[in-house]
Design a protein around this ligand. Structure first.
Ligand code: GLU
Length: 287
């Protein structure tokens, strides 16, 4: 009998270059790096630069510089290369299109012409879940006569209403979400012809053979959505480790608007990576 060795640990850092990285990002990424180290694995950097309306080239350069300064070290990524290149999402459109075609062929998704405004107006009792995404009221899902010629439309994933999606998070324990209640039909391809985060992330994590996804707890509901995508695409689901979010002095989660806590700003004030880690990450458990 041959016993095959478990796959080698592969983790990833997946920043979006839409602003300067702040301490909250650094903390999640540090956890990802530590987990990769502890497991004797590889760490991959993936530049999530699909949203060209929001990202700026200067942020890509700044992001990489700030990450190097802080002490991040990846073995595959933009500029470094690796077996699963390219590592810039903007250069990986063919992967996303192939997945989209698979979802169309399997009838997992449907065209949707609703704007955000339409959805808000159609949602009588606005029910936004944890991540603020309103539950899609099903307007286009139920419209068999929908005309999509000449109009911009998105592709939306039809969630199995009433089904329980659960997973064992390696940091937060068992997670249980109800499709159709905790999250609704979600966009996989936007009306402006850009793959949505949910699809691009699943396609890349699978293609890059990521074994464990470490990211912020704000993405727990997205993980439930993504599990449905893995299933529909016939891909293996990785392990998940969601980190608690870093809060500011007022108890609000850090966002890119917290410029004062950007790595750039802190560095300018003379902080060193070691001092920042000691001061802000000291109590972190590494699971
Ligand atoms: N680019 C995404 C973000 O910065 C990545 C999320 C993830 O780790 O899956 O929010």
């Amino acid at each position: 009998m041959t016993i095959s060795a478990p796959p080698k640990y592969r983790g990833r850092l997946a920043p979006s270059p839409t602003g300067y990285l702040h301490l909250g990002h650094a903390r999640t990424f540090w956890m990802a790096q530590e987990r990769a180290r502890q497991n004797g694995g590889e760490l991959i950097l993936r530049n999530e630069d699909l949203d060209s309306t929001r990202f700026k080239m200067e942020f890509v350069d700044a992001m990489i510089e700030d990450m190097r300064w802080f002490g991040f070290d990846w073995s595959e990524g933009p500029g470094v290369g690796g077996p699963f290149a390219p590592y810039n999402q903007s250069e990986r459109m063919s992967f996303y299109r192939a997945a989209l075609e698979k979802l169309v062929a399997g009838d997992f998704i449907y065209p949707c012409i609703c704007s955000r405004k339409d959805i808000q107006a159609a949602t009588r009792a606005p029910h936004a879940n944890d991540d603020g995404e309103p539950i899609y009221p099903g307007t286009c899902r139920n419209n068999s006569k929908l005309k999509i010629q000449n109009s911009k439309f998105a592709w939306r994933f039809r969630v199995p209403d009433g089904e329980t999606i659960s997973f064992q998070d390696l940091n937060c324990g068992e997670q249980i979400f109800f499709a159709g209640k905790d999250f609704g039909d979600f966009v996989v391809w936007r009306g402006d012809d850009v793959p949505a985060y949910q699809l691009a992330c699943v396609v890349d994590d699978a293609a890059m053979q990521i074994t464990e996804v470490v990211r912020g707890a704000d993405l727990l509901v997205s993980t439930a959505r993504q599990i449905l995508l893995y299933r529909a695409l016939g891909l293996a689901v990785p392990d998940f480790f969601h980190c608690a979010l870093m809060l500011d002095a007022q108890g609000e989660r850090l966002a890119k608007r917290h410029d004062s806590l950007s790595l750039r700003e802190l560095r300018g004030q003379g902080a060193t990576p070691e001092s920042l880690r000691q001061r802000h990450f000291a109590g972190d458990s590494l699971g």
